[in-house]
Design a protein around this ligand. Structure first.
Ligand SMILES: [Zn+2]
Length: 80
């Protein structure tokens, strides 16, 4: 190997949002947080599940839940 052109290669620890920890080696040292890994990705698990680590779907549903409720209230109140 040529000197001084190769990045440092050493132990790295990948922590997934599902709780799975992968000990491996990388040019990036330390702990690297990932959102998905082979233990929880649907293509490996064979289960269809929503990949939603940021809670965006919940936020979306909440937003429209509120709107639907307020619309219902408008309908029930008698118009003057
Ligand atoms: Zn995972």
């Amino acid at each position: 190997m040529k000197e001084k052109i190769h990045p440092k290669y050493g132990p790295a620890r990948f922590e997934c949002a599902c709780g799975n920890v992968i000990e491996t080696k990388s040019t990036r040292q330390g702990t690297i947080k990932v959102e998905i890994c082979s233990a929880c990705h649907p293509i490996f698990t064979g289960q269809h599940k929503l990949v939603d680590s940021a809670g965006r779907v919940e936020k979306f549903l909440k937003k429209y839940e509120k709107k639907a409720k307020s619309k219902k209230q408008e309908k029930t109140t008698p118009e003057a």
